[in-house]
Design a protein around this ligand. Sequence first.
Ligand code: PGA
Length: 262
Amino acid sequence: MAFYFGTNLKMHGAAAQTRTFVQTLEQGLEPFAKTPGVQCFVLPPFTSLQGLAPHTNKLWLGAQTMHWADEGAYTGEVSPVMLKALGVELVMLGHAERRHLFGETNEIIQKKVQSALRHGFRVLLCVGETEQGSGAAMVSAQLETALSGVGGVDAGRLLIAYEPVWAIGEGGREAQPEEVQESLQTVRRTLRTLFGPRGGVPSGVPVLYGGSVNEENCAAYARLELDGLFVGRAAWQAEGFLRVLARSLGAHAARATTEGGA
Ligand code: PGA
């Protein structure tokens, strides 16, 4: 049973603060080391990445976005080559805030996905509809365009986070587990169309859920057919991260046991 669990720190925390957060998390993750298949990750702001990789043994260190070019006249941007040099393992692409506040289109995200995979990163691709109830077509189109040209071998380094835009951040509405389940099926169906029955990789492309996940609701989501949770606000303190993780894992493991015994 694989279970992925991570947080995007967005534009929060200077480097020293992130270092403390990561060090506390690494210690707190010790008891989870015995649970097979659990993989946690953290996506700090760019300015916190320098020097952080040696402190992340249990966590994957990730970036919140990147430019597709190796270098060039792209003021303010950060390239895959620069991220590689910092020991980054995972790059998130297509987060709702990048799409809606910074105008990233599916075509731009496609270029970034291809570049990130070419540079050997794992890619956490975020998709999600803007309007409640309008999900399937938009989510399928986001996946189809962003992943166009990605071969089966590279699909082994993909993770998908389904995050309905209306459920994300302050003012977001918590999605009902049934709504999430339906959209997860859309995601998996689209991945099957793109990569074949198991998404081109033996265990399938992992699909995570995110959007106002917290300590109270995480168990209900973790019982769904998903491979992990992607958490914002509720995981920005190490204690919160670890509490949500523990609850989610308990619920996910119970589901796996029930299924296994069925
Ligand atoms: P949230 O953030 O958990 O604070 O809603 C999720 C996200 O933006 O990915």
